[in-house]
Write a protein that binds this ligand. Structure first.
Ligand SMILES: Nc1ncnc2c1ncn2[C@@H]1O[C@H](COP(=O)(O)OP(=O)(O)OP(=O)(O)O)[C@@H](O)[C@H]1O
Ligand code: NI
Length: 340
């Protein structure tokens, strides 16, 4: 008898794990509404790592926190959908959404102390995080030990009785990664997880994340302003500027064939490329615009070296460059590319 590959006759590609469509978000402030996210559309395919890059204030963390449902009180989503495993996170009851956290969705932060409770042992916290699992306490304990071992905590059995302050910053971040992945999430969201670490530790943590992501088969949304880390870790990249995704595509296309003048400027300023001994991004000329009030034309136009007449009047739509790459720039229309 011939056994057919069950996947062979499914002609439609599987839907992305996370699909963000037309997302707009404002923060209410005493000075007016800050338009922090504007018409964001972005997919995270299953088992892929998607990087989000952009200067400080471009909205990277806001986007990550919106997906997690961890926004401050003054945030208002004014348009869009966030489909996760086919269900809209913005429409579901808050209890259902909370149940996804630390289960299908988990997060690691820049400062590990954000996630760790300073007055509880690592063991207690790692057992608690598995509260969705129907297994005994001793099984949870041994899974925690295995995971701590996997992330490189030496002698985890005897050290897991310790408190967070007994560990170095790098070790604490490893513990956070262990906790976030212990629940075998479908999606891990990482907001600048290596920014507080020195360069050697950063490389180690990036490799660790990559290995674990492959083992677990989860997707990762990786927020960073460190382009080298993104190039190393990610399959796809979204470039954010002033609340918009101005360009997105496969990691090679974005780094080798950037289409948006902002992406090019960001790459030209990258300390990794200019081989300076600095890890802070040298600034692109001009300033990030303030996000109060409505804007006419392209958001990058005031700083763009290639701006022309149209850029001050119309907001550019997203033009397709290749199968996967797309950018919001009127120059692409001039080149005869079509919108997606
Ligand atoms: N609670 C808030 N209230 C008002 N404005 C906010 C709030 N949080 C963020 N913002 C504004 O939203 C914009 C996006 O901020 P966000 O922190 O998402 O940027 P980011 O790209 O993560 O920057 P960084 O690289 O510095 O972390 C900024 O203009 C910021 O000042
Ligand atoms: Ni941020």
């Amino acid at each position: 008898m011939r056994h057919e590959d069950p996947t062979s006759h499914s002609s439609a590609p599987s839907p992305p794990l996370l699909e963000i469509r037309g997302l707009d978000l404002d923060f209410g402030t005493p000075r007016g509404r800050v338009h922090a996210l504007r018409n964001i559309s972005l997919n995270v395919p299953a088992a892929q790592v998607v990087g989000i890059v952009g200067e400080s204030g471009s909205g990277k963390s806001t986007l990550a926190y919106t997906v997690m449902g961890l926004l401050p009180q003054n945030a208002v989503v004014t348009a869009g959908n966030i489909l996760f495993e086919g269900r809209d996170l913005l429409e579901m009851p808050s209890q259902t959404r909370r149940n996804l956290l630390g289960n299908r969705l988990s997060m690691i932060f820049q400062d590990p102390m954000t996630a760790l409770n300073p007055v509880r042992t690592i063991e207690g916290q790692m057992i608690d995080i598995q509260h969705h699992e129907k297994i005994s306490r001793s099984e949870k304990r041994s899974l925690a030990i295995q995971m701590l071992h996997r992330v490189g905590i030496p002698d985890p059995q005897s050290r897991m009785g310790g408190y967070p302050h007994h560990f170095s910053g790098g070790m604490r971040q490893r513990i956070c990664i262990a906790m976030a992945l212990l629940v075998k999430p479908a999606l891990l969201i990482a907001d600048e997880p290596t920014t507080a670490l020195d360069a050697t530790l950063e490389v180690q943590i990036i490799h660790l994340l990559k290995d674990l992501q492959k083992e677990i088969g989860c997707s990762v949304l990786f927020v960073s302003h460190h382009l080298g880390a993104v190039a190393e870790l990610c399959d796809r990249v979204a470039v954010m500027y002033a609340g918009e995704v101005v360009e997105q595509g496969g990691v090679r296309d974005i780094f080798h064939n950037p289409a948006h003048p902002y992406t090019r400027a960001l790459l030209e300023c990258d300390p990794g490329r200019i081989r300076q001994k600095t890890r802070t991004l040298p600034t692109i000329r001009g300033e990030v615009p303030n996000l109060l009030g409505s804007k006419e034309g392209c958001i990058f136009q005031p700083r763009c070296p290639q701006a022309f007449g149209r850029c001050t009047q119309d907001t550019p739509i997203e033009y397709r460059i290749g199968v996967e790459q797309a950018a919001r720039c009127h120059l692409l229309n001039e080149k005869g590319l079509v919108s997606r």
